[in-house]
Design a protein around this ligand. Structure first.
Ligand code: ATR
Length: 273
C-alpha cells in the first residue's frame, strides 16, 4: 500500500527485465513495512539524460544504474563519491536537493560478501580487468591489501587498470597462487552460456578464499573446484545483495541486513544452469 508520501527509487537499465534489484529491494521494503516502492525503469540509451533528470524532478530519492547507462550516469552526476572515482563508475545515484550524487557500491558489496575476510592478511589474485575488476581491485587496495596481482586475457587492459589505480598492484600472465590468500574471478568465464574458467587451484594455500562474482549459475566450476580442494568458496550472490545496502539506506533511511532469508528469496530467481 502506498500513500502520497511514498518514497520512490528504482533501477535504470535497457533492457531491465533481467534485473533482480526490484525483488531484492522490494523484499526489504516489505520486511520493514515501508511506504516505499522500488521499480524497474526501462530507459532507452538516447533518453537516459532526460529520464534521469525527470526522475530527480518527480521526487525520486535516487536509483541504481545498470548496463548500458553506467558511463552516461557518471557524466551526469553533480558530485561523484571518492570510491566511485576510484572504481571509474557509478551504480547508485542519490538525488539530494536537486543534485545527482553518484556512488559505486560494488567494491563494498564484494568485501562485505566475504565471510571473516581481512584484506590486510595477504596477497590477492584477481582474474579479469573490466569494470567489475576495477571496483573490486580498488576496494581491496583501499582496504589495505598488501599486494594485488591482475591476470587478464588482454594484458594491456590489466596494465592500464594497474596504472589507473596505483599502489601495490602487479600484472602477471600466470596467477601467483602459492602466496594468495584470496583468488577472485571477475571475468565472465563460468557464467551460464560462457566457457568455464580453467584453472588449477592446487598451488593455493589451505587458508585461501576463492570468490567468483558470477551468480548465474550460483555454483560455478571454479567454486566446485575450490570446494573439492577443501577451500572456502564464495559465490557472486553475496556481492549482489550487499552492494544494494548503501543505496537502500540512502533512499529509505533504514540500514537493511543481508540474511539467509533474503538470499533464499533472490536465489530462487536464479536458474540452476
Ligand atoms: P565487466 O564490466 O562486467 O567486468 P567487461 O568489461 O566486459 O565486463 O570485462 C569482462 C572480463 O572478462 C575481461 O577481463 C575479459 O577479458 P579481456 O579484457 O581480455 O576482454 C574477460 N573475459 C571475457 N571473456 C573471456 C574469455 N573467453 N577468456 C578470458 N577472459 C575473458
Amino acid at each position: 500500500m502506498l500513500t502520497g508520501k511514498a518514497m520512490l527509487a528504482g533501477v535504470a537499465g535497457w533492457p531491465v527485465a533481467h534485473s533482480r534489484s526490484p525483488l531484492l529491494h522490494g523484499s526489504w521494503i516489505a520486511r520493514h513495512g515501508l511506504d516505499a516502492a522500488y521499480v524497474p525503469l526501462a530507459i532507452r540509451p538516447e533518453h537516459f539524460a532526460n529520464a534521469l533528470r525527470g526522475l530527480r524532478d518527480t521526487g525520486f530519492r535516487g536509483c541504481n544504474v545498470t548496463i548500458p547507462h553506467k558511463e552516461a550516469a557518471f557524466a551526469l552526476c553533480d558530485e561523484v563519491m571518492p570510491r566511485a572515482h576510484r572504481a571509474g563508475a557509478v551504480n547508485t545515484l542519490i538525488f539530494r536537493e536537486g543534485r545527482i550524487i553518484g556512488d559505486c557500491t560494488d567494491g563494498f558489496g564484494f568485501l562485505a560478501s566475504l565471510p571473516g575476510f581481512d584484506a590486510t592478511s595477504g596477497p590477492a589474485v584477481l582474474l579479469g580487468a573490466g569494470g567489475a575488476a576495477r571496483a573490486i581491485a580498488a576496494a581491496l587496495l583501499d582496504a589495505g591489501c598488501p599486494k594485488l596481482t591482475l591476470v587478464n586475457r588482454t594484458p594491456e587492459r590489466a596494465e592500464a587498470l594497474a596504472r589507473a589505480l596505483g599502489g601495490n598492484i602487479a600484472v602477471s600472465a600466470t596467477p601467483p597462487l602459492e602466496e594468495a590468500t584470496l583468488l577472485v574471478n571477475t571475468t565472465s568465464l563460468g557464467m551460464s552460456g560462457q566457457p568455464p574458467l580453467e584453472i588449477n587451484l592446487s598451488p593455493l594455500p589451505a587458508h585461501a578464499l576463492v570468490a567468483d562474482i558470477v551468480y548465474v549459475p550460483l555454483e560455478t566450476s571454479l567454486l566446485a573446484a575450490a570446494r573439492a580442494r577443501g577451500l572456502v568458496g564464495v559465490d557472486g550472490l553475496g556481492m549482489l545483495l550487499h552492494q544494494a545496502r548503501p543505496g537502500f539506506e540512502a533512499w529509505f533511511g533504514i540500514a537493511p541486513v543481508v540474511d539467509e532469508e533474503l538470499r533464499r528469496i533472490v536465489a530462487a530467481d536464479i536458474p540452476p544452469r
